[in-house]
Write a protein of this length. Structure first.
Length: 118
């Protein structure tokens, strides 16, 4: 059995909202792929970007930094939300206080409602 990819990403577009679904681990080794996926999701200039970390097993500080950088880059023009529901993702975001900065949600549906309402 081949080793599974450390990170996989997919982007879907729905009603002007780009949803970037990420699974695996976000750390120094996978940050380039994560950042490339974010850039790819933003190419079509969506009204909002949602990063879905529901299937992420590990979120390192490099991933947190990428989320903050994306928030700073995207927010003036578009909505931005993060879906993190689990100890591997929501806990580091909350422990670092980033839940005060980022729009954090437990489901993609909640995040969509938030970005569409903004």
């Amino acid at each position: 059995m081949p080793p599974k990819d450390p990170i996989t990403t997919s982007v879907s577009h729905d009603d002007g909202v780009a949803v970037l679904a990420v699974s695996g681990e976000i750390d120094l080794a996978t940050i380039p792929a994560f950042e490339a996926a974010i850039a790819d999701a933003l190419q079509q200039r969506p009204e909002a970007l949602i990063i879905d970390l529901s299937a992420v097993d590990f979120l390192a500080s490099a991933g947190l930094q990428a989320l903050v950088a994306t928030h700073e880059n995207v927010s003036p023009q578009a909505g931005f939300a993060v879906v993190a529901d689990g100890p591997a993702t929501s806990r580091p975001i909350e422990l670092t206080g980033l839940d005060q900065i980022l729009s954090l949600h437990s489901t993609v549906a909640d995040a969509k409602a938030a970005v569409k309402g903004s």
